[in-house]
Design a protein around this ligand. Structure first.
Ligand SMILES: N[C@@H](CCC(=O)N[C@@H](CS)C(=O)NCC(=O)O)C(=O)O
Length: 197
């Protein structure tokens, strides 16, 4: 399998899972500054010219959460059986991460990091809404290390990477269990290998 990749982006989610799985893969680095994500070749892989894209024997796939679900299913690891209650929890936390947490991170990032206006109304509202959702995760993690009762899963890859980003931007407020969770994530050897470059 080939993973089209830009360092320090959402493409580290499938890379992290591939490292957790310990399976061989080819990393194809693209340089957005050199226009490599906007080439016709890459546009044919991803119509929005984004990463990650996974090249599989059957065709290409985009969307980081979809890719990690597919990889976990293909290898039968880090994902509970189809139809089980815990599989439902995986879907719940993946959708929660992508719809309730990440969009507010994106807005906060656009204001604070890109526009350098951390106290704009838009930034403050994004931070407020992000923390409403983060409090839910904080409560879940009160007595558990990972999002599923049975242990580490793809839910942690997606939700954990969003939590890492929120923390990195200084957007989290009063979420000690989420902070401890982020520390557990960055301590994982596979995570470290995935974000090294
Ligand atoms: N929802 C998509 C978002 C993909 C996305 O926005 N990727 C960004 C990097 S995090 C990207 O490729 N930006 C364009 C570029 O780097 O040229 C996913 O999770 O895969």
């Amino acid at each position: 399998m080939k993973l089209y990749y830009v360092p320090f982006t959402r493409s580290n989610r499938p890379r992290w899972l591939l490292e957790e799985l310990g399976v061989p893969y080819q990393l194809v680095r693209l340089d957005p500054k050199a226009g490599q994500t906007r080439s016709d070749e890459h546009t044919s892989r991803h119509p929005l010219q984004h990463v990650p894209v996974l090249d599989t024997p059957d065709g290409t796939l985009f969307e980081s959460a979809a890719i990690v679900l597919q990889l976990a299913d293909l290898h039968g690891r880090f994902i509970p059986p189809t139809g089980s209650y815990e599989r439902g929890l995986v879907y719940q936390w993946l959708f929660f991460a992508m719809t309730e947490l990440e969009p507010h991170c994106v807005t906060f990032f656009d204001e604070k990091v890109k526009k350098k206006t951390p106290v704009s109304e838009r930034a403050l509202e994004a931070k407020r809404r992000l923390n409403v959702a983060a409090r839910v995760v904080n409560g879940e993690l009160a007595n558990r290390e990972w999002m599923l009762p049975s242990g580490f899963s793809v839910a942690d890859i997606v939700l954990g990477s969003v939590a890492w980003w929120a923390n990195r931007m200084g957007a989290l407020e009063d979420a000690p269990n989420v902070l401890a969770y982020v520390e557990r994530i960055v301590a994982r050897p596979a995570y470290q290998r995935a974000v090294v470059d």
